[in-house]
Design a protein around this ligand. Sequence first.
Ligand code: ZN
Length: 145
Amino acid sequence: MVDDLYQDIILDHSKRPRNCHPMPDATRTAKGYNPLCGDKLELYLKMENGIVQDVSFVGSGCAISTASASLMTESLKGKTREEAIKLLDKFHELLTTDSPVGKDLGKLVVFCGVRDYPARVKCATLAWHTLKSALTDPGETTTTE
Ligand code: ZN
């Protein structure tokens, strides 16, 4: 079971997170906190003409939350705000429902094993909750509660 949860991609991204640095010229930032696990992260977005030009994060958290943030940043570049929100909704659906895994999630499907571990769902969705607040309500600290 643990093998399902920590697939190779998740392990890789938790050990070597991509886009893990502050962004001084970000146009939007948001902070997220998952009190259940203690995961914290700050998200940086550079939006231009409604398109995600760049995205990065810094944070401290468990393997799942770090890998999720890392994979999320890889998935967002070049997407419009609407596409980013659509992806967020799909990711949330992947983790919280039994619906069939969508093809358009790409590498993010590695998190489908997390749906069997309700306590870890909040770890996996923290970065995405934070993304939503960066896109809709920048400057606020989001918690998963
Ligand atoms: Zn966690």
